[in-house]
Design a protein around this ligand. Structure first.
Ligand code: CO
Length: 134
């Protein structure tokens, strides 16, 4: 059911410093920061030949990644995103198999303008999983 690894998301305290690290020290192709007010994060995308890295910095006082950074003050891998062809069919299969879909179960429009869902990390080896309709 899942296809390509769309991105790995890394939560950071300072997106400018993290961008400079990837751009200068690692020599990667790094986008400018974009404030995603609807999602409570600022994002930077790093384009690699085979996938992307998504840097996430908290935006606003009730950012959904704030508690993660409180537990992981150096930053850390926050989620992985896999592509699916049909997000509603994927959700229905996962629910039938007993997996928990976060929120109300309806896909939301994610940072790439495509429908996304998040799956409970306790059901997936301790890893928050994002599904994106490719
Ligand atoms: Co993501």
């Amino acid at each position: 059911m899942i296809g390509r690894l769309n991105h790995v998301a890394i939560a950071v305290q300072d997106i400018e410093a993290a961008s400079a690290l990837y751009r200068t020290t690692l020599g990667a192709d790094v986008s400018e920061p974009v404030a995603q007010t609807a999602h409570g994060v600022t994002t930077v995308f790093i384009t690699l030949p085979n996938t992307k890295i998504e840097l996430l910095e908290p935006l606003g006082s009730d950012s959904p990644i704030r508690s993660f950074l409180d537990k992981n003050p150096s930053g850390g891998i926050h989620h992985v995103c896999y592509e699916v062809d049909d997000i509603n069919a994927a959700r229905d299969k996962l629910l039938a198999d007993g997996a928990r879909v976060l929120g109300n179960g309806e896909p939301k429009i994610g940072a790439h303008g495509k429908p996304v869902l998040f799956l409970h990390p306790k059901d997936f080896c301790g890893t928050l999983v994002e599904l994106e309709q490719a």
